[in-house]
Ligand binder design. Structure first.
Ligand code: CIR
Length: 312
């Protein structure tokens, strides 16, 4: 379904370009020839490039990778103290999350549950996907280190350039927030400076950049921050006054709704967790079209919306 709409949009834009090209040629009846003015050609090329940029820019994310939670998720790492997740409900919520990604125009690859790794449904943490390369993480949590191998195999189908964070560096990509070609890397219990510096070097190699942010209270950087394009940054708690983010237009999330700070911008929509009315209103007032998804069972494992997918 999604593939079809993406395909049709592409056909349409390239058809427009083709008809522009045809219009460039004029039939010279005297010489029985078609001819085309050189200057017109240059204009034509500019228009074609512009159309393609507009089309490509409209949909920033095309794909997502998710992993179905396994029954072992009940043994996942957590500090939440809100009880064990209900596995059946988690499956339903995961399917709804997948639908929401589809609705935002993403083609979603669903990986099978990995019972060996209770936290493996939180795929975001094991890789950083950029436009130029994929960077495999080295998770700080021991029980999550084994999650990277299979994702690496999957990503080889999509990326020709792959890098890897190695010991003694450790990074979980929940600690990395992308703002265009710049990446903020949170230093947390799961991400150390040695790992962050490796990531920054990889980013530089491909013409991007990175900087570190020291975290105090949150599990991951994106537990309390989300970039929603157009210079808008959703933030709560310790990030509200952090000098690194004061040049953004900060959309403040109240402490009692801090879980909603982990939201995701996906093309023209913003996904937020269900049940946070003040945050929803803040984002709607900022002009966003909101889609709510209930992820209560993943919250019990400290997981938010962003952690459940790799988007690229
Ligand atoms: C963990 O502690 O690693 C998982 N239970 C939750 C991971 C959440 N990921 C994220 O915030 N990016």
């Amino acid at each position: 379904m999604l593939f079809k709409s993406e395909f049709l949009a592409k056909v349409l834009i390239y058809f427009q370009c083709f008809s522009l090209l045809i219009n460039r040629f004029q039939y010279d009846a005297n010489n029985y020839q078609y001819h085309c003015d050189r200057v017109e050609n240059v204009f034509f090329i500019i228009i074609v490039i512009e159309r393609i940029i507009v089309y490509e820019g409209k949909q920033m994310f095309r794909r997502a990778i998710v992993r179905t939670p396994g029954k072992s998720m009940v043994n996942g790492l957590t500090t939440a103290k809100s009880g064990l997740p209900d596995y059946e409900l988690a499956l339903v919520q995961h399917a709804e999350y997948l639908n929401a990604l589809n609705e935002c125009g993403l083609d979603v690859l669903v990986l099978e549950a990995d019972e060996q790794h209770p936290d493996s449904t939180f795929v975001e943490d094991v890789a950083l996907l950029t436009r130029e390369c994929a960077i495999m993480m080295n998770p700080g949590a021991l029980s999550r280190k084994g999650e990277t191998a299979e994702i690496k195999k999957v990503l080889k189908d999509y990326y020709t350039h792959m890098e890897e964070v190695l010991d003694p560096g450790m990074v979980e990509a929940g600690d990395i927030m992308m703002v265009g070609s710049h990446f903020y890397i949170g230093l947390s219990e799961r991400t150390n400076d040695k790992g962050a510096q490796q990531v920054i070097e990889f980013l530089k190699k491909y013409g991007m950049s990175g900087s570190v942010v020291k975290l105090d209270n949150v599990l991951h950087l994106k537990t309390g921050l989300a970039y929603l394009e157009q210079n808008n940054l959703v933030a709560c708690g310790e990030f509200l006054s952090n000098p690194a983010f004061q040049h953004y237009n900060i959309l403040k999330i109240d402490d009692d709704e801090s879980y909603a700070a982990n939201c995701i911008w996906l093309n023209d929509k913003v996904l937020i967790p269900k049940g946070f009315p003040k945050s929803r209103e803040t984002l709607e007032n900022a002009g966003y079209s909101i889609k709510e998804v209930d992820v209560s069972e993943f919250r019990k494992l400290d997981g938010g919306l962003s952690c459940l997918s790799l988007r690229f």
